[in-house]
Design a protein around this ligand. Structure first.
Ligand SMILES: [Zn+2]
Ligand SMILES: [Zn+2]
Length: 285
């Protein structure tokens, strides 16, 4: 299906065997954009990528006109842990991943900031700002902070923008909004009122220009659950009508959309992509 490139749509693809595999998968699924991990997100080890592979990767992306390229951070990174050892390992991995993303020509590096109940917001901001500033200068890649289902710094829209403003690092490019996390954090985007609550709060506490990316996922858990469990589009609590309304929001109607829905086989991605494409087709016509 040929779609308007105004709003790139893609999925999180696999790097198993080889990072080039992620491009082949995105092409097979007829995506305009895609997201990857640089390595298994639940381990500290990160293999190097040789120069030839980096060049080939960039070339293939260009040939296939895939953009933006998005890298998702590993889940282990915790820049505000109470354990100094974890902070050190996290800073090392963060720097490594962001520099690698930049070398691969990624536009965005998306990260969830962990919470720490024993820490005041100011201390959290200082620690994250310091870690971001130690990455060094980047050519193109910008870090995006993703909203989460539960946290004092990234779940509510007011807190998310407060965090963005306070960290204020030159490597930080804005935020990523995940629909599943938004819903789990208490924004009932399955209904008009919830959509309105979201858009009003963005205008009040931040700006739509700070939102650079949308993770489009349905939710396995009810509104306000505080639990982050992604579901196939239309099969969860947000539902088709919810996505129709959410994707109608004018101010974010140009933003790239990435699916992170459950996947047992490529068929799952095809199904979810089809559902979103159908909604977009109606909205764009
Ligand atoms: Zn995420
Ligand atoms: Zn997400």
């Amino acid at each position: 299906m040929i779609r308007n490139k105004m709003r790139p749509l893609g999925v999180h693809t696999s790097i198993k065997d080889n990072i080039i595999n992620s491009i082949e998968e995105a092409k097979y699924l007829q995506c305009e954009t895609f997201q990857i991990f640089l390595h298994s997100p639940r381990v500290w080890q990160i293999p190097e990528i040789d120069e030839d592979t980096i060049e080939k990767f960039k070339q293939r992306i260009k040939e296939n006109n895939l953009n933006p390229l998005i890298v998702h951070a590993s889940y282990l990174i915790n820049l505000i842990s109470s354990k100094p050892k974890t902070i050190n390992s996290s800073r090392y991995l963060l720097k490594k991943e962001v520099l690698m993303s930049d070398a691969l020509g990624a536009d965005y590096y998306v990260i969830h900031l962990k919470d720490n109940k024993e820490m005041e917001k100011e201390e959290i901001f200082d620690k994250v700002r310091d870690a971001f500033s130690k990455i060094g200068k980047l050519q193109k890649c910008k870090i995006l902070i993703e909203n989460t289902a539960k946290s004092k710094i990234t779940a509510n829209i007011s807190d998310l923008f407060d965090t963005l403003k306070n960290i204020n690092s030159e490597n930080l490019g804005g935020v990523c909004i995940d629909t599943c996390h938004l819903f789990a954090a208490g924004y009932d985007i399955s209904k008009e009122e919830g959509i309105l609550k979201f858009t009003e709060e963005v205008k009040k506490f931040g700006d739509f220009n700070f939102i650079k990316l949308i993770h489009i996922n349905d939710s396995k858990t009810p509104v306000g659950s505080g639990i982050d469990r992604h579901e196939h589009i239309g099969k969860g609590y947000i539902g088709i009508e919810g996505f129709k309304n959410f994707l109608k929001i004018e101010e974010i109607s140009h933003l790239p959309l990435i699916l992170e829905t459950p996947k047992k086989s490529p068929q799952d991605d095809i199904k979810n992509l089809t559902v979103i494409r159908e909604i977009l087709k109606k909205l764009e016509s």
